[in-house]
Every structure is written in structure tokens, then in C-alpha cells.
Design a protein around this ligand. Structure first.
Ligand code: SAH
Length: 248
């Protein structure tokens, strides 16, 4: 079981597979006022940076589930590196429908809400693992500027303008689902650069190391087109944030 190989290539050197930076991840951990021993569930945990750093900085106990064997392996190595391997567990699996046996204080899905068909379904899924008084975290894109045309939305790698909302509408929709928004940390354009631009050097190095791979053409074409696409579209139009929710 794996995600499409292109992500395992382009994001192999990423610790965070989203436009949030290490600093903002730390800001979020502090903002949530995490207590030592708090259980955190993370669906689509990637390379585990959130759980590992929060285990180190706040003493949380974490479980992460991710479909990429590569990212899951990197998460386990990171846990050892940060000395938290006894506090965090990373499972290589499909997180679709995953509900934890033990209720958690924080149930998160940061940038992988397709796992339950979008943020509404994901919030519903996470709520099933949440203890009373717990916090749900969803990481989700929104339009920073509304694309003037569907072409611009496609340039942001969305299918359509209707894929995402503007920030006030996104917040309002959390309210309509029956949640209070109790915190949020938003990415900025520098964060998008860290996420997107970090892929370019990884791609360049991968091409040099794998000249005969069947993915060479695809990676080469992405390396040529991605910087301009990112600057023209994602960087200008797409926002992204992590939203902390509590049931009303
Ligand atoms: N939350 C992490 C990773 C976000 S990228 C971070 O912020 O760094 C999205 C992640 O979802 C990838 O790691 C990918 O492997 C994972 N993923 C995609 N589909 C999945 C599924 N069905 N079940 C579990 N993980 C999935």
C-alpha cells in the first residue's frame, strides 16, 4: 500500500509535507496549551514532525497513521532522533475510517482531509476518536484571493474554484457543522515556498542520482514547470491553515 510514487520522490526530503513551517508548528503546539500526557491522534501523519516535536516539547503521547511507507519510516527515525520513540507510534496504513480504541485529547488531520471525502467528513471521523473537551485539528487550503477564472484555480492544482472557500466562508462552515473555532495558525507565502521550493532541489538531485528511472521525464518536466506555476498561482491565490475546533 502506497501513495503515488511522485510524492515519495518530490517530498522525500521534507519533514513537513505542508506549507506550515517548523516555527508555526511550534506556535500551534503552544497555542493549544497541550498538557503532558495528552493523547494525540494524527491521520495522514506524513514524516511525523508534528507528533515528534510536540512529544519533545509538550510531552504528548501520539499515534500517527500514514499510507506512505517511506514517510512512516522517516517518522520513526525522527522519533528516535528526538528521543521520543517511547511516546509516539507510527503505523503504516490507510487512515480511511480510522477510529482510535482510546479517546484522545487532540484528533488531527493536517492536509489530508480527502481521507474522509473533505473537511466535513474528516471532522466527523475525527470526532469519533475525541474525548469530551478534546480538540479537533484540520489543516486545509482556502482561497487567499478568489481565482478570477477556472484556469487560475487549475493552475493552483485545484479541479475548480469550488474546491475551496475563502477564509471567512471556511470558518463559517465549521460553525455550521456545529463547532467552535478555538484557534488557528495560518501559513504564509514563505511557508508555501518552503513546501514547494524544497521539492525543486530534491527533484534536481533525484534526477542526477536516477538517470535511468522510468519517472525521469515526469520529474524533469515538473522541475522545469513548477517554479513558474508556483509563483503565478499557488503562491498568490492559495491560503492554508490549521484550524482548532471544539464541538459546540
Ligand atoms: N500531516 C503531514 C502530512 C501531510 S501530506 C504533514 O503535515 O506533514 C498528506 C499525507 O497523507 C501524506 O503523508 C500521505 O502519505 C498521506 N495519505 C494520503 N492518503 C492517505 C490515506 N488514505 N491514509 C493515510 N494517509 C494518507
Amino acid at each position: 500500500m502506497d501513495i503515488p510514487r511522485i510524492f515519495n520522490i518530490t517530498e522525500s526530503a521534507h519533514r513537513i509535507h505542508n506549507p506550515i513551517t517548523p516555527e508555526k508548528l511550534a506556535t500551534l503546539g503552544a497555542a493549544l496549551r497541550l498538557e503532558s500526557g495528552c493523547r494525540v491522534l494524527d491521520l495522514g501523519s506524513g514524516s511525523g514532525e508534528m507528533l515528534c516535536t510536540w512529544a519533545r516539547d509538550h510531552g504528548v503521547i501520539g499515534t500517527g497513521i500514514d499510507m506512505s511507507p517511506l514517510f512512516t519510516e522517516q517518522a520513526k527515525l525522527r522519533a528516535v532522533e528526538l528521543g521520543v520513540a517511547d511516546r509516539v507510534k507510527f503505523i503504516h496504513d490507510d487512515a480511511t475510517g480510522y477510529v482510535s480504541d482510546e479517546k484522545v485529547g487532540v484528533a488531527a488531520c493536517v492536509g489530508a482531509t480527502w481521507i474522509a471525502g473533505g473537511f466535513a467528513g474528516t471532522i466527523e471521523l475525527l470526532a469519533r476518536s475525541l474525548r469530551t473537551g478534546g480538540i479537533i485539528l484540520v489543516g486545509e487550503p482556502y482561497w487567499r484571493r478568489l481565482p478570477p477564472t477556472e484556469e487560475v484555480a487549475k493552475g493552483c492544482l485545484a479541479h475548480a474554484i469550488s474546491d475551496f472557500l475563502m477564509l471567512p466562508e471556511l470558518l463559517a462552515s465549521f460553525g455550521r457543522l456545529g463547532y467552535d473555532i478555538v484557534e488557528m495558525v495560518l501559513a504564509d507565502q514563505d511557508g508555501w515556498d518552503r513546501y514547494e521550493a524544497a521539492k525543486w532541489l530534491t527533484m534536481r538531485r533525484w534526477l542526477e542520482a536516477n538517470p535511468d528511472d522510468e519517472f525521469v521525464e515526469e520529474v524533469r518536466s515538473q522541475l522545469r514547470s513548477e517554479p513558474v506555476r508556483h509563483a503565478a498561482y499557488t503562491r498568490e491565490y492559495l491560503g492554508w491553515g490549521v484550524f482548532a475546533l471544539m464541538p459546540q
